[in-house]
Ligand binder design. Structure first.
Ligand SMILES: [Zn+2]
Length: 854
């Protein structure tokens, strides 16, 4: 295994304070920079090694404590993204000031210091400059010690055109017009001691909301002019979550102001730069009157997530990228807590079941990895931003929190932050703090979840004394390895016995655990509340007693898990697929939208699996399944209904009109959409996306042209995305061909194009052509799209469910490796293998089943 040290900078010199002055030229797409770095030299050196990438270093000098200056030279080591500064004589240990001048480019790859373009209200092209440094791209903007543990204070100065706005991590200390150039020099206050990847600067035409004061901190939302009226919702959840976190963490916000900034071109969802959080527009700007509930939830989630990072990540930071989960799992966990606190009626922890299920899916693969995983090279760090870091990480924290009880957990977190503020920490430091607060052996419990790949399948049977639980690793495909792996599994038991309802927590630490219960046992749930990160398989007699009264015995999350665990068992070949379909028949009266998400997700999966002649039978099955609930819900909200019910209506109608191919629903959708065009209030906001997706599925060239036009004239980011992605949901080859062209002709932003292509790959009517197109344009796409998006785009290959396509996919990626996210790519390939294997194993059974039930 390569040595992490080989990728780390020498420890001979440590930066303490950077004074940075940058002059971006938005027309030439370049920038000029100067920096003075206060250093502590630890041992005599003639060379200083630091990170730099795509920069030209013009002058180098080192100033000693006595004021004497030593000129130096710079040699760039591009493959290693480093610069070596060489001096004619030795720098003695002690304080030095390093002075550099340099220049660089404002690139188009949405990393480092890059440019973003947009059209203003009058249709004129505009340019702005923005940064995105995580994980290792600060080195593209200024020479620096670009490692999370090398924290320093940053003082940023931006020199910009007079009409522009500059934003950085801290408040503006002073602003002056330079007489010689007429430019504006904006000097920002010192930051706290923090990591390089959290530095940010944004320059362009921006407008902001009025600040709201949250415990004394001014909080604003920024956007390009003409859009800040879409900022109110984000400002509300921004203020609510900031205040929630300072209470939860027991410590005030560490910055002097907080700006939330929407950027037209953005590779990730958002970035937690201290005091200057950047977002893609869809994650921040929203019209609360017209957006669907799930679109609002997304904004609330992302804003809360980033705010949570101000403490977890920014104030206390992982020492190296292997500990990324400490940042991301926590921010994801805290995002749920804050949104749940803000809008309890959304039942955010119930919908978290969908995220947990996504993690259980990937973690059931042979190609999974432990949450904490050795990381050396920068592209490996970039590959860590995945479902295992975020969703599995958050799920195991939730499991721990519920096992320990919330207050003991919270006290431990608060203690951890206090001990390590302005510094770095490792996983073990977190367990130390929670052990101190809870007096429980947290480390032993959590090590089994954080350092081992996978998770257990807990098998449950009843005997005359109660329940017998056993654990073994769950995998979709047997890999022939010896699986003696065990976990410390928190069991949350809920059982109905002769004595009434019985609840209990227990720890399954070995192969088997026996729980004594008063007889007779009516039914039992061993992952009550659904917080456990494991799957459960009940013996047939227990299962039938449990499902006899589903809606009464099980909560929504428990029903979700029952569906999802049974589906997984069917995919793994542990349970016949037809048993799963029988189970679905019990859910016709289901009212929770998350449970339906699990059901419909599996139906989509089956649809992609089936040969065209088999699909009508599945569609008939889906229509029967959806019939009672869609009839009951109708097309319009009923007085006093919850937002969740409105969302459910939209999702089910969409499924009935597309997956169910229901002609009556399609006709009704057409008529309602015609009404919607003349009166936008005539259709509930949660039903609008259903109309769009049904019209795409059942429509033709006229709808295509209309939606394409709508995506350009949309007045909110959500509407723009809705119509843009609908272009991948049509079924005619010539229309899908036009959408394919959009992914490479520059008409669609590079932040969106890879995801549009993913949707095309997932479209059963267009997947083969999309695959050929992707192969043909691969080099162009890799050059054009953000590095982090390539592997996400490739998720679409999981829909190419035939043995021949699978072979072709494998052959292609054997010679075209993905630069970032090699592990994730392996997982896509394994998911495809599982689907093809399932198709081969179950095709005949499915045919017989549908012949019987329809
Ligand atoms: Zn995050």
């Amino acid at each position: 295994m390569p040595d992490t040290q080989a990728y780390k900078l020498p420890e001979t010199v440590r930066p303490q304070r950077y004074q940075l002055r940058l002059t971006p030229d938005l027309t030439a797409c370049t920038f000029a920079g100067e920096e003075t770095v206060v250093l502590q030299v630890g041992e005599p050196v003639t060379d200083i090694v630091l990170n730099a990438c795509e920069l030209t270093i013009h002058t180098v000098s080192a100033v000693a404590a006595d004021g004497s200056t030593l000129p130096g030279t710079a040699t760039l080591d591009e493959p290693n993204e480093r610069a070596v500064l060489r001096f004619p004589r030795t720098l003695t240990p002690g304080p030095w000031q390093l002075r550099l001048t340099f220049s660089g480019i404002l690139n188009d790859k949405l990393h480092g210091f890059y440019r973003s373009t947009y059209k203003d209200a009058r249709g004129q092209d505009k340019v702005l400059a923005c940064t995105q440094f995580e994980s290792t791209d600060a080195r593209r903007a200024f020479p620096c010690w670009d490692e999370p543990a090398l924290k320093a204070v940053f003082q940023v100065t931006l020199v910009i055109d007079k009409g522009l706005t500059a934003i950085s991590n801290t408040a503006i200390a002073r602003e002056t017009v330079l007489p010689e150039t007429g430019k504006k020099e904006v000097v920002f206050a010192d930051t706290i001691k923090m990591s390089t990847y959290l530095v940010a600067f944004i320059v362009g035409e921006f407008a902001s909301t009025e600040p709201v004061l949250v415990d004394g901190t001014p909080l604003r939302v920024w956007a390009v002019p003409g859009k800040h009226h879409l900022a109110k919702f984000a400002q509300e959840i921004g203020a609510a979550s900031l205040s929630f976190f300072s209470r939860y963490y027991g410590r005030r916000y560490p910055g002097d102001k907080l700006d939330l900034i929407a950027v037209p071109d953005f590779a990730a969802g958002a970035m937690e730069n201290l005091g200057a959080i950047t977002f893609r527009e869809t994650a921040l700007l929203v019209d609360a009157q017209t957006a669907t509930r799930s679109e609002l939830e997304r904004v609330a989630d992302v804003v809360s997530h980033e705010n949570a990072h101000m403490w977890f990540g920014d104030l206390v930071t992982m020492r190296w990228w292997n500990g990324l989960w400490l940042n991301e799992a926590f921010a994801t966990f805290m995002e749920m807590l804050a949104v749940d606190d803000w809008k309890p009626e959304w039942h955010r922890w119930t919908s978290f079941a969908v995220s947990r299920a996504a993690a259980l899916l990937v973690d059931g693969l042979k190609s999974t990895r432990p949450i904490e995983f050795p990381v050396q090279r920068p592209e490996e760090a970039a590959g860590m931003f995945d479902v295992l870091t975020y969703q599995k990480g958050a799920a195991v924290l939730r499991m721990l929190e519920q096992y320990l009880e919330a207050e003991a957990f919270r006290t431990g977190i608060s203690l951890y932050l206090r001990k390590h503020e302005y510094d770095n920490a490792e996983t073990t430091d977190l367990w130390d703090a929670i052990e101190e607060s809870s007096h429980q052996p947290v480390r032993t419990l959590m090590d089994s979840w954080v350092f081992q790949p996978g998770y257990p399948l807990v098998t449950v049977r009843a005997d005359q004394h109660g329940l017998v639980l056993s654990q073994q690793r769950f995998q979709y495909l047997p890999d022939g390895a010896n699986h003696e792996q065990q976990w410390h599994v928190p069991i949350f038991l809920k059982a109905r016995t002769a004595g009434g309802l019985h609840t209990q927590t227990a720890l399954l630490t070995e192969g088997e655990l026996r729980l004594t219960l008063p007889a007779p046992l009516e039914w039992a749930v061993v992952n009550a509340g659904g917080h456990g990160f494991y799957r459960v398989r009940y013996a047939p007699d227990l299962l039938s007693r449990l499902t006899a009264n589903l809606q009464e015995n099980l909560s929504a999350v428990e029903r979700f898990n029952l569906v999802n665990d049974t589906w997984a068992a069917a995919l793994a070949g542990l349970t016949p697929l037809t048993t799963y379909l029988d189970l679905l028949q019990l859910f016709r009266e289901e009212t929770d939208h998350n449970v339906w998400t699990a059901i419909l997700g599996s139906c989509h999966y089956l649809y992609r699996l089936l040969d065209p002649q088999q699909r009508p039978a599945l569609q008939a099955f889906i229509r029967t399944l959806l019939d009672p609930i869609t009839k009951r819900l109708g097309w319009s909200p009923q007085a006093g209904e919850s937002e969740l019910t409105s969302q459910l209506r939209g999702e089910l109608l969409a499924a009935l009109g597309t997956l169910g191919d229901d002609a009556a629903t399609q006709a009704e959708a057409r008529s309602r959409y015609a009404q919607y065009k003349t009166n936008r209030d005539s259709v509930d906001r949660n039903v609008v996306p259903a109309l769009v997706s049904i019209l795409a599925y059942s429509g033709g060239p006229a709808e295509y042209e209309e939606f394409r036009g709508n995506s350009k004239t949309a007045t909110t980011p959500q509407e723009e995305q809705r119509y843009l992605f609908a272009l991948a949901a049509f079924r005619q080859a010539n229309l899908l061909e036009q959408t394919l062209t959009l992914t490479v002709n520059g008409e669609v932003r590079s932040q969106d194009a890879p995801y549009l292509l993913r949707s095309l790959l997932l479209n059963t009517d267009g997947r083969e052509r999309a695959w050929t197109f992707m192969k043909e344009h691969w080099e162009d796409m890799v050059r054009r799209y953000p590095d982090n998006s390539i592997v996400r785009m490739c998720e679409g290959i999981t829909a190419l469910v035939t043995p021949a396509l699978e072979a072709d996919v494998r052959a292609f990626f054997a010679t075209h490796p993905v630069k970032q996210g090699a592990k994730t790519m392996e997982q896509h390939l394994e998911k495809l293998r599982i689907a093809v294997a399932c198709k081969q194993r179950e095709a005949a059974n499915l045919k017989a089943y549908f012949a019987r039930v329809s």
